[in-house]
Ligand binder design. Structure first.
Ligand code: SF4
Length: 425
């Protein structure tokens, strides 16, 4: 039974919590791989979630005032396919039974998982189809980039196994999105990356930057002074190649980063927050039942300053009770203060919504701050490339004197000049 609610003063940027859009559940902390940049400190832990914890997590969300009719349940924060197929059959049956008991339709909870794809085969494809589980694949593009970091526990490359898994998904017609981690080395190979995705029919791609976070003590993208500016310039050139390729092949290559900014820029809509910085839009539950909110990355890490970021346990605490704890109030107030700093100081705020607290913490040791290197990569440079690209397409950009491309005051960047590989588009 959940504890009674004790809500403190609202601390979200706009004074509101939720609604819950994403319930991240860790089926196991274990991962069969040992990627060099992984932030998860506990990936050798083979413990598994119990169905009592799963049901309690669902109950806590469904009974909360921040449930508004539907959300995605994402199996994540460990490799979900190290669990048996039978686990997902049983989990789906329990989710359906729980929804039926509450008189809710079956589509209330949409299941999704993020996998390294190394073990996907016919039986897993049957499981995804049978249980209507949406699939995201983590892989880093061509083998020479992927295998430099995504390796087994004995250091063996995994690209071939991932491509077999992707081949199974494609043969079965199961749609998937790839999340590709970019390192400093990847930024030299935009053309090879784009060609790889086009050649292999990988149509939906999101880029995550390698981050200094948790167990990954130093990202290859971390640098100061001129080295940092050079990396930013290289990333911008990388994005230019990707922009050109995605515009040249809109049916064959969609880049998550571009879609988000282009839709905001085109619609005139602006963000007031993100799912990562408004409390209880995302609820994160680990395999033992400890529960957090904000970024899923906060679920599995601990810091000297805050300890862990568990605000309660789904077996004993309602989400409202968690929102009343001193630890939650402190973290939420600092995250909200950081968002306010962003709102008052950053011209990209409307396209960003104030970023994610975990990035701010790992870079600055505090949630109460604004710009990070991560937001330079994830928001600002992406927005610059998208807006420049849209202006070029609309013929709005005035050419700078002596420059073949790029407007006045902007660096004259053109993909072919900066990419080591051919752009291929
Ligand atoms: S881009 Fe960075 S500084 Fe600007 S609003 Fe986003 S997180 Fe804040």
């Amino acid at each position: 039974m959940a504890a009674s609610a004790t809500i403190g003063e609202p601390v979200a940027p706009d004074g509101r919590f939720g609604p819950v859009r994403l319930l991240v559940i860790q089926p196991t902390p274990f991962c069969n791989l040992d990627c060099t940049y992984c932030y998860l400190p506990d990936r050798g832990n083979r413990s598994r979630i119990g169905f009592d914890v799963l049901e309690a997590a669902l109950e806590r969300v469904l009974e909360s005032p921040w449930f508004d009719g539907g959300f995605t349940l994402l199996w994540h924060a460990g490799e979900p396919l190290t669990m048996p197929i039978a686990f997902y059959d049983e989990a789906t049956a329990r989710i359906d039974a729980l929804l039926a008991r509450r008189g809710l339709p079956g589509g209330t909870v949409v299941q999704s998982l993020q996998t390294n794809a190394t073990t996907i085969d016919a039986a897993w494809c049957d499981c995804f189809a049978r249980n209507n589980i949406h699939v995201g694949v983590s892989m880093d593009g061509p083998a020479f980039l992927h295998d430099a970091h995504r390796v087994t526990r004995t250091g063996l490359p995994t690209h071939a196994a991932v491509m077999r898994g992707i081949d199974w998904l494609q043969r079965r017609g199961i749609p998937f999105q790839v999340i590709c981690v970019l390192t400093a080395e990847s930024l030299h190979h935009a053309g090879a990356m784009a060609e790889f995705f086009l050649e292999h029919g990988i149509e939906d791609v999101g880029f995550n930057m390698e981050e200094t976070e948790g167990a990954n003590a130093r990202s290859s993208l971390e640098a100061d002074g001129p080295a940092r500016l050079a990396l930013e310039e290289r990333y911008r050139a990388f994005l230019e190649v990707m922009w050109q390729c995605s515009r040249a092949h809109p049916e064959r290559l969609r880049i998550r980063e571009f879609e988000g900014v282009a839709s905001l820029a085109g619609s005139g809509e602006r963000l007031a927050h993100t799912d990562m910085n408004r409390p209880f839009v995302i609820v994160n539950v680990d395999a033992a039942g400890h529960t957090s909110t904000f970024d899923p990355e906060l679920l599995s890490v601990a810091t000297a300053e805050y300890g862990d970021f568990s605000f309660g346990h789904v077996g004993s605490d309602s989400l409202e009770a968690m929102a009343g704890t001193a630890k939650f109030q402190r973290v939420a107030a600092e995250i909200a203060a950081g968002v306010e700093r962003c709102r008052s100081s950053c011209e990209y705020f409307g396209l960003c919504g104030g970023g994610a607290g975990s990035n701010k913490y790992w870079e600055h040791g505090s949630f109460d701050c604004s710009i990070t290197q991560h937001c330079r990569y994830r928001i600002q440079l992406v927005a610059d490339v998208v807006v420049d690209g849209m202006e070029r397409e609309l013929g709005l950009e005035a050419p700078a004197a002596g420059s073949g491309s790029g407007g006045a005051g902007r660096p004259a960047i053109w993909p072919a000049a900066l990419d080591q590989d051919s752009a291929g588009c």
